[in-house]
Design a binder for this molecule. Structure first.
Ligand SMILES: [Zn+2]
Length: 438
């Protein structure tokens, strides 16, 4: 391909005469060449990622590279307790900054500190020996501690721009269960949930985290639901304990009164029962007719159906084929002109036409790819949800880890009457898929 470039310098064309033509030709050649080499380099790197082999310079804290194979991570008995402690402190409600401060005060080395200690050499590059909120946060969000390998997190912007940037999450390459996990899925989920919400109002007056904290919201004003100790809780049981009769009300109503919102009162036990019913119903469906549930869910997301996906893929293949043709046509037209087979005016006309079509096709390609990716994501999310929810058909008691594993958000509407009957709309948004209407 390189030899064709010579034609650009053969002196037949002068820049001012053929500017237009040269610009088109250069565009096409650049795209062809760059896409080719950079995709080859990327492919090699990414295929290593896909095997789940660790390729980083040093192991994440808590792990070390296995002496037998430096691409495999094993638990590091020296640093693993530090990681476990960080997850523990977070679960107890400590902020990233407070965790960092505690570790610094106790003289626990930072990840880099540990690294240089293990290497037995001084930290000459002056990398920080202290913990900070970012180091802590990075650890709490690193799925490596679940036993998964997540790589390809950074890279260059494109083959044209070489700056290193964080890549969007969709591009990360994750291989599950490549090594021994340090934390359980439950601990992980609970910690991630905390990450998404500040710790405000999470515990009731007993100091325990309320079951629905950070999950339960007023459908009308969007504010969180506040725990309301019902008057009955003042009753003492015979053993001297106060009752645990709890209810929720809209927080905005609680602080702003009737003008701000309405009460949205709901008893905690009633809410738990309704939630269990919904979970049971969906779990049964997931067991008995997963295909129906999946199709329904995708339809609600406006995701392309299986047939539509096939059609999209077919269109994309056609576009790709035409793009390759157009690139060849541009080059061929130019070669014909250089050989004198084609008059210059005609060549310019042709190349302009090809280039117009090429731009259109490139645009179309971007749109098609985005559409396909969105559909694939929805499909994958639904599959993951089905795999999780199906195990909960017999769930009898709802504890917080289970709730957080299953549910992202619950919204309660105000009571209303239809034909003398009281109704109340409760929307449950599940993890992975959101609201699922049956
Ligand atoms: Zn409200």
């Amino acid at each position: 391909m390189g030899c064709r470039f010579i034609a650009l310098n053969d002196g037949v064309d002068t820049i001012h005469k053929n500017n237009e033509m040269l610009v088109i030709l250069k565009n096409v050649m650049n795209d062809l060449y760059a896409r080719d080499t950079s995709s080859k380099i990327r492919a090699v790197k990414q295929s290593t990622f896909r095997t789940g082999k660790y390729v980083g310079c040093y192991a994440p804290i808590g792990y070390r590279k296995s002496p037998a194979d430096k691409h495999i991570l094993e638990i590091d008995p020296v640093t693993a307790p530090v990681v476990l402690r960080i997850f523990d402190m977070r679960l107890q409600g400590d902020s990233f900054r407070k965790i960092a401060r505690t570790l610094n005060e106790e003289g626990v080395p930072s990840p880099r500190g540990f690294y240089y200690m293990a290497e037995g050499r001084p930290n000459l590059r002056g990398e920080t020996p202290y913990w900070n909120d970012v180091t802590v946060k990075t650890i709490l969000r690193n799925e490596v501690y679940l036993g998964h390998m997540v790589q390809n997190k950074t890279g260059t912007v494109s083959y044209k721009v070489h700056k290193q940037v964080s890549k969007p999450k969709e591009d990360w390459i994750k291989v599950e269960h490549t090594h021994e996990p340090l934390v359980s899925q439950e601990v992980w989920d609970a910690v991630q949930r905390l990450d998404n919400h500040p710790s405000k109002g999470r515990s009731d007056s007993d100091g325990e985290i309320s079951l629905f904290a950070d999950v339960f919201y007023c459908a009308d004003c969007g504010s969180s639901m506040r725990i309301l100790k019902d008057y009955r809780s003042r009753k003492r049981h015979e053993d001297g304990h106060y009752g645990t009769y709890k209810a929720y009300m809209c927080n905005r109503y609680g602080s702003g009164g009737k003008v701000a919102c309405s009460m949205h009162y709901i008893n905690c036990k009633v809410l738990t029962k309704l939630l269990l019913l919904d979970i049971h119903a969906k779990a049964m469906l997931a067991q008995n007719s997963p295909a129906v549930l999946k199709e329904k869910n995708l339809a609600q997301k406006n995701a392309a159906s299986l047939e539509q996906t096939k059609a999209l893929q077919a269109t994309l293949a056609v576009v790709d084929k035409r793009l390759a043709e157009l690139e060849k046509l541009v080059v061929a037209a130019y070669e014909d002109k250089v050989k004198g087979v084609m008059p210059e005016a005609l060549c310019v006309q042709l190349m302009n036409r090809y280039e117009d079509e090429r731009r259109g096709k490139l645009e179309q390609r971007t749109q098609l790819t985005a559409q396909l990716e969105a559909t694939q994501e929805d499909e994958q999310a639904t599959d993951e949800w089905l795999a999780v929810i199906r195990d909960y058909a017999q769930l009898e008691e709802l504890d917080r880890p289970t709730l957080l594993r299953l549910v992202k958000r619950i919204e309660v509407g105000e009571k209303y009457e239809i034909a003398g009957e009281t109704h109340r709309d409760i929307k449950i948004y599940y993890n992975f898929v959101g609201y699922v209407e049956l």
